[in-house]
Design a protein around this ligand. Sequence first.
Ligand code: GDP
Ligand code: MG
Length: 730
Amino acid sequence: MAKKTEQFTIALAGNPNSGKTTTFNNLTGTRQKVGNWPGVTVEKKLGHISHKGHDLTVVDLPGTYSLTAFSIEEIVARNFVLNEKPDLVVDVIDASNLERSLYLATQLRELDIPVLFVLNMMDVAAARGHTVDIKKLSELLDVPVVTTVGNKNQGTGDLLDAIIDAAKNRKAAPVHRRVKYSRDIEDAVARVREKLNASAPGDFPYNRRWTSIKLVEGDSEVVKTVEKLLGEKAKLLFEEVQKQRKHISGLFDDEPEILMTEQRYGFIAGIMREVVKSAPQARADMSRSIDLVLTNRYLGFPLFLFFIWAMFQLTFTLGAYPMEWIEAGVELLSEALVAILPAGLFADMIVNGVIAGVGAVIVFLPNILILFFCIAIFEDTGYMARAAFLMDKVMHLMGLHGKSFIPLLMGFGCNVPAIMATRTLENERDRILTILINPLMSCSARLPVYILLAGTFFAARAGTVIFGIYVLGIVLAVLLGRLFRSTILRGESAPFVMELPPYRLPMLKSLFLHMWDRAKMFLKKMGGIILVGSIVIWFLSSFPQNVTLSFDYEAAAQELALQHEAVIAAADDEGKITALAEEYELEMARLMHQQEAEARERSYLGRMGKTIAPVFEPLGFDWRGTVAILSGFVAKEVVVSTLAVLHSSDDDPDSANLSEALLRSGMTPLAGLAMMAFVLLYVPCLATVAMVRQETRSWQWTGFMVVYSTVLAWIVAFVIFQGGRAMGLG
Ligand code: GDP
Ligand code: MG
């Protein structure tokens, strides 16, 4: 067989003094050519080697710390990599100065070119007491890593083998293991990239993500190059670039390039934390000092719990006021509509369907705004990334990483945006698992149900019971997470870098914008689905229309009115008339409530509830509870309003006193507890299900979630109710 010689061009990159020239000499021996890079007085060295039947041309690039357009060395190095397209770039890294060296390394990584890392100066690193986890580093950045001690010519053989190997097997660099920027910047890059795609020819020679990033950073060289390549067509692109740059500087009061550099260092700090065992000498900058406290082994966790507690406290106590205002507003609106609209089906649909349904969701808007505002503060200050670190160990309990913590935390507010937030997870299995257990985080819509039931059945200990329900959800999430991880979602998740961006003071404007972004998402999703769902529930509970009721309420009402008129006519003094009028109103209201309750009972929804009530009997729910649970699929707080409507048939016509009605209906505390557990666990609301479908892009996973949660709810409620009874608790 003829020996095949392959030609490879290898470029050596690295920081000044990382040992590049030493490595170059070790590799090429004496066969070198020294000259200048064209047009500049920067030294260019070329060398040739034959190794195991391969011809290598090695180019020593100028030493640089970065690949910006600020110095001639950087431009020379970058242009060589971009335009000559070497088969492999070997990045010589000073292992004793890893953090600084990784900046160039991440820049190279961003170019999506084949790279190999040489950790040189391993002797110095060892002498300083640093151990570097080579395997981890290689995994995290998905780059082969070799170690050398250049001045002793140690490791050169391995390096040559690795170079040949990497050059032969160079693959398109994977998409995931490179710096991810914050949402705003990634959005800006994506917008610019869209415009670039629209105007760039198919043979555009540079990596498009990289080009877009550089444009957002305002890199003058890249701007010039793109202008030359695209000519007239670059105009729209540059307009978009300006727009995005302005948007970002407006948000953070800093140039995009500064923010992006910061975020790269955040990414590197994350790598350092994973890879370097004995921490490097603490640089006394502010972020590190803050981290000494906030991620302290003993203080970190309690502080974190305190922040979360404070967030929920703020959400619910502060949110209660605007909630009341909105409630009052909704009431005023429906009263006004009742007055304006001609009585009939349409008015009924608008008031009892649309306004009642959408109104029930709108009242949670203040809570959601406050919650998202707090989350925006955590994110914008950089604390959220630390929280992910702190929670990493806990999250491993459910077979997940710290990064999944953020979506799970958001689930306590609302599962809809929380499921959207799983997009930050790179690994598909992690994402699905996080989505599947997300609804076990009890969202704020379930709280009104707990408040009603716990208040009714456990008055003095309501707070403890509600807390217990939240804990039940978390415990089940841990158990199911482990179960799913070891069965349907088996497999190791890919290593990743948890970014540790520096702390910054958040800008008010950006906080509000982030809050509003999320709230908009929430309103849009909820608005659409809740609107449709409310009308459907209204229809199911108001039709069929002309059923004969057990009692002629209309006639009774007329008679009552006549009687009242007669009595009033006979009455003589003012006080008596008022008292009579009050009595009359009460009587009338009771009659109307009874009529409504019976109509509901005979409606499609009532019939459905009665048909499937036997399924829920072992859990201690009557048909009203069953109907309430059915209608809770639209939104879980609807359980409360449905119970209110259905229970107005009891002796007390005053539906405001739902607790008494529930107690009188024979529902026991055990049944109340079972219902709380059921509402916690059963199929998440329509909007959540729709979001799961959107984010998993799979009906199978969506169906699985619906079925598993409902089965689980039934089993847990059954165990509570029957188990409690068996133990003689009622
Ligand atoms: P360059 O600026 O990247 O080209 O770096 P050089 O190759 O000129 O090396 C800078 C200095 O570091 C020289 O004095 C080398 O002898 C020394 N050096 C290179 N590699 C190592 C190493 O692995 N360990 C130690 N202790 N010194 C090294
Ligand atoms: Mg040199």
